[in-house]
Design a protein around this ligand. Structure first.
Ligand code: GLN
Length: 147
């Protein structure tokens, strides 16, 4: 799990403590990874207008702070493919501007991509399922790993 937070800070620490290299090593061996919000940014190959550190494991281009500032954070109902309705909490969230290759869109909010999976190994959510009572997305991630 790569949690939310500040992707530039998490990325800097990943570099400084060489955690990023370790994660990439394990990912190459098949370790599943789910990134939420800042975690999604760190999984992306492309970050619009930014050169910041990233793991670059998913075929997605993300836009940071794409819904506005902290005060523009919001909650909404989402409809996720293969999962159904869930509640989405967006906190200064990014969204996915584009995806290609192995990335598959699982959820859009008003035409905007907010959840993507890749190869049954990587999952990215722009929102925070850990801030709701529902465990549906957590269960989805576990099922994904089982194949
Ligand atoms: N805005 C943060 C970033 O760009 C992400 C916010 C979050 O993880 N809730 O890294």
């Amino acid at each position: 799990m790569i949690p939310g937070g500040e992707s530039t800070t998490i990325g800097r620490l990943m570099q400084e403590f060489r955690l990023g290299d370790k994660i990439l090593e394990r990912a190459a061996q098949g370790m599943p990874i789910w990134g939420t919000c800042a975690g999604m940014i760190l999984l992306a190959k492309d970050i619009a207008g930014s050169e910041q550190y990233r793991l670059g494991l998913m075929d997605i281009r993300v836009k940071r702070n794409a819904f506005g500032r902290q005060v523009d954070s919001f909650e909404t109902d989402l409809d996720i493919e293969g999962l159904g309705q869930t509640r989405g909490v967006f906190i200064r969230a990014p969204y996915v501007e584009d995806c290609w290759g192995g990335a598959r869109v699982l959820c859009r909010f008003r035409d905007i991509i907010v959840m993507v999976e890749q190869g049954r190994q990587y999952l990215a959510t722009a929102f925070h399922p850990e801030l709701t009572e529902s465990r549906d997305v957590h269960r989805y991630f576990l099922d994904m790993m089982r194949i």
